[in-house]
Design a protein. Structure first.
Length: 175
């Protein structure tokens, strides 16, 4: 392979690789999509009569833990807000689901379910921050982060002039 062919192949490979912004947006879009798909699924499954719910081999608390943990992971990936706000949203969502069950005939709002739902949603947020946080943060790096890693830069001033060049500029101004 000649040098020219190598450069052309390298350019075409670079053109196919998505840039950081695209990858970041894809990860965020995927997280938001999964959040918006799982939220109504949780609401519907939590509010329908027990006879209409699907039967799984998991125990009742295991079902709650699994679905709310998945929701917490998707929410943390999709919405890159302050970590504390993510936890508050997870607690509020779990609380709202259990609170809504209070008025549905045949459903029971249980404190134990609320605890499991809240712990699972918060665990999902923690999991996403710990295991995907580095991945997501590497995708969300900004130019400012790269500039800070290169060390301090001078403000947008022209490069420093030599003493001879300064004398020449001063002599031109005085004319």
């Amino acid at each position: 392979m000649t040098l020219k062919e190598t450069k052309t192949a390298h350019r075409s490979t670079l053109a196919r690789k998505p840039n950081r912004r695209r990858r970041r947006l894809r990860a965020r879009r995927l997280g938001r999509t999964l959040t918006w798909l799982s939220t109504p699924a949780i609401v519907i499954l939590s509010l329908v009569p027990p006879s209409l719910r699907p039967i799984t081999p998991l125990p009742h608390k295991g079902e709650h833990f699994a679905i709310f943990m998945m929701w917490g992971i998707a929410f943390a990936l999709g919405y890159r807000i302050n970590f504390l706000y993510q936890l508050v949203c997870a607690v509020l969502f779990a609380g709202a689901i259990e609170f809504a069950q209070y008025w549905v005939p045949g459903r029971h709002a249980r404190i134990s379910d609320l605890v499991v739902d809240t712990v699972a949603a918060c665990f999902g947020v923690f999991y996403a921050q710990i295991f995907f946080g580095k991945f997501v943060n590497s995708l969300t790096e900004t130019k400012r982060t790269h500039a800070a890693s290169e060390g301090p830069r001078a403000p947008n001033h022209p490069p420093a002039m030599s003493a001879v060049a300064r004398k020449d500029v001063k002599s031109r101004r005085s004319r």
